[in-house]
Design a binder for this molecule. Structure first.
Ligand SMILES: Cc1cc2nc3c(=O)[nH]c(=O)nc-3n(C[C@H](O)[C@H](O)[C@H](O)COP(=O)(O)OP(=O)(O)OC[C@H]3O[C@@H](n4cnc5c(N)ncnc54)[C@H](O)[C@@H]3O)c2cc1C
Length: 292
């Protein structure tokens, strides 16, 4: 399979990239790591006359720790995110998510921005971004805007990003003390496989009473977009952090919060059952990490 012909542009700034996009409109596409885009071009799922590479724009690849939050540039690779100390220390579920993407070769190229723009319901980084309440940072020639990640996904391959915008990065607030988070993905093979179900959970608890202060659960591969499991989260708040509560949350997530379909990777019934199992397991580990 050969790539079709296109003109290649390598702007050195966000402004230059946006000007090129404005000039070429819908005939142009941004390129980050290319691990989705080039596959789609080769398979003729999409066509384009102009590729605007974002790889020379250094600011897009930065990961910066601020006192209250961390900012991850859209073009930070999965490998770079995984190796960053602040991600390892404070955002372990995101680290697990990016570590599960493809192979070493893919993680050295694939970017967080590309995974989010691709908007697959099964994307490995997306549940963690949901539980950490990431803000999506967007920029156009008219200005900047921020969108909570849970409002960003509109359907498989569809997002809230406008045609004249670039995704510049993500802002993740630091998790509170006495909180923990965990991510588990289930695929048919261990790597380079689209997930059958993937779940991330976040838990904050009061160490004196053991009561759950806040809980966030995100489910992947069981709806048209990655989703929050809101009924399961509501059930947990105020309950004692223990196995029974985590099991009940898993049952709620399984029966009331997800809308899985049958496909060749797994039946809807199997996916529902696995939502229950993985929700309970991710909550149990999140609680252990919160107590450290
Ligand atoms: C062999 C293989 C295995 C894979 N395994 C996994 C896996 O296990 N889990 C998983 O989740 N994914 C997997 N993927 C999919 C892919 O690697 C990820 O979705 C990756 O994160 C995409 O990032 P990228 O930088 O390569 O995006 P690109 O291919 O460069 O771009 C993807 C799309 O996003 C747009 N885009 C990218 N960045 C921006 C930006 N900053 N602003 C605006 N638009 C932008 C592009 O125009 C394009 O439409 C795999 C892919 C391959 C080829």
């Amino acid at each position: 399979m050969l790539l079709p012909k296109f003109e290649f542009h390598e702007p050195g700034s966000i402004k230059e990239a946006l000007e090129l996009k404005k000039k070429w409109g819908s005939t142009a596409r941004f390129l980050a790591g290319g691990t989705d885009l080039l596959v789609h071009l080769k398979k003729k799922i999409i066509t384009t006359d102009h590729i605007i590479s974002l790889q020379r724009i250094e600011s897009l690849a930065r990961i910066t720790a601020h006192p209250d939050f961390v900012e991850i540039g859209a073009c930070a690779t999965m490998a770079a995110i995984s190796e960053t100390p602040v991600i390892q220390a404070k955002f372990s579920a995101l680290k697990s998510g990016v570590d599960n993407i493809g192979t070493h070769l893919i993680r050295n190229r694939a970017t967080l921005g590309g995974n989010v723009c691709n908007a697959s319901p099964a994307g490995d980084s997306l549940p963690a971004l949901l539980i950490y309440k990431a803000l999506v940072l967007l920029e156009s020639l008219d200005g900047k805007r921020e969108v909570p990640i849970e409002e960003f996904f509109k359907g498989p391959g569809k997002t809230d990003m406008k045609a004249d915008e670039i995704l510049t990065g993500f802002r993740l607030p630091n998790p509170p003390v006495h909180s923990g988070a965990h991510y588990i993905q289930l695929g048919k093979r261990k790597s380079s496989e689209i997930n059958v179900v993937n779940v991330a959970s976040f838990l904050e608890f009061d160490p004196k009473t053991k009561k759950i202060i806040d809980a966030r659960i995100a489910l992947g591969s069981v709806a048209a977009t990655p989703i929050r499991s809101l009924k399961a989260e509501a059930l947990l708040k105020g309950k004692i952090a223990e196995e029974t509560s985590f099991y009940e949350a898993g049952e709620k997530a399984r029966f009331e919060d997800c809308k899985p379909i049958d496909d060749f990777r797994g039946s809807a019934a199997y996916r529902r059952a696995m939502v229950g199992v993985l929700t309970k397991r991710t909550l149990t580990t999140a609680f252990k990490l919160a107590g450290r």
